[in-house]
Design a protein around this ligand. Sequence first.
Ligand code: UN1
Length: 498
Amino acid sequence: MADYFLNIHQLKNYIDGKWIEGKQFIPVINPATGKKIVNVPLSSEETVDYAVSSAKRAQKDWALVPAPKRAEIIYDVGTLLKERKETLARLLTMENGKILEEARGEVQEGIDMAFYMAGEGRRLFGQTTPAELKDKFAMSMRVPVGVVGIITPWNFPIAIATWKAFPAIVAGNAVVWKPATETPMMAYELAKIFEEAGLPPGVFNVVHGSGAVVGQRFVHHPDIRVISFTGSNETGRMIAGECGKQLKKVSLEMGGKNAVIVMDDADLELAADGIIWSAFGTSGQRCTACSRVIVHENVKEKLEERLLEKIATLSIGNGLDETIRVGPIINKASIEKIKSFIEIGKEEGAKLLTGGYELTGEQYKNGHFFAPTLFTNVTANMRIAQEEIFGPVVSIISVKNFTEAIEVNNSVTYGLSSSIFTHDVNQVFRATRDLDTGIVYVNAGTTGAEIHLPFGGTKGTGNGHRDSGIQALDVFTEWRAVYVDYSGKLQRAQLDVE
Ligand code: UN1
């Protein structure tokens, strides 16, 4: 792997099929070791404008390529991703920190998305429907929107980009992508793959840089007709406000405060495994991470014992070491945010069961690591139970019954993922009806969404759109209604009723 970096010290933007040098740069730091990986450009508004004009030009021809042919390129992209899975996973661990096993899983999401969307090239179904007049044909069809702006976070640097870019491209759009500056290597690799797969220049473009410059320009550029964003609630609201003024379509996915509910009939061993995996996997830095456990009071203590036993076995360190179960936190600012929530939890009167501190020993000194943390005796309205911490911190809230469990789950402003552990079939169906989240799991943790189902949530998690699944196509296409009158005379809808 060391050799890999000898040739690249500085990443470039990928625009119109060309690699464009940047002018200003910031370093990309491995969060486990503190070592610099590469420099990433901080691009200007002019660079965005260049990318958008290239995309606009390329999109005209791309939209005329038959969808099954467009999809063949996505299929080839999937094949290349599959061939390079291990290299990509290692790079991903280096730039993001997630353990290798999870990094492989994330690359696999991209591979799955490629093959799924490649199939969509031969579907992209519209509807035919009877017309109300004689000798008249009616149908609806999807048409591309034009140039799509994609803004993605550092916590899933490749999977989320594929959820957005692949459906957009299969549907006949051109893409301009701003990856997170913390994790630009996946963008570099994906651009190379698109180039090798033979995607025409300008259909897929990468512009590195900050949200304040590149992201802002995406939002304001009149020729970007759709913004698909995953990131913080605060930024998402700003984007939505601006896009609203411009009547620009915008799809937002902005995190969660996801809970696992454990009822008193649950398999506690399984529930504890589900909680550990979804709370401390990716060090809790997932939109879908479990950050609340809502437990029936009868089994609270037993569950806590099991969680403590399991936490004690978690090895923390550099994710490239295959024995490690929990990797680093992305950067110092995130560590500070997590620490501040530990203080808030204590002040609010929650009891710290384990963790609550940054790891500082010799092996941790150059990176950013935080101990898996459990708070108990938390009440539903405490800030630690309401706000997204984005780290390995779980709040345990005890409840008296099922109804209260559902109420507590739904008491947050987010609505991404939820889970219930129970064997009672009535509770299972009530929960799937009443949990106010876009994703519901039964007898599994809150993470692990599959790419052929819609991903997204209710309330403050989004604005009604979904990533991945067939539903992603609704973000990247307009519906067109088409009427063909073959009667040879003027027929007037709604008037010629006889
Ligand atoms: C995210 O955290 O933004 O369901 C995405 C999951 C993953 C995707 C998470 N498949 O946890």
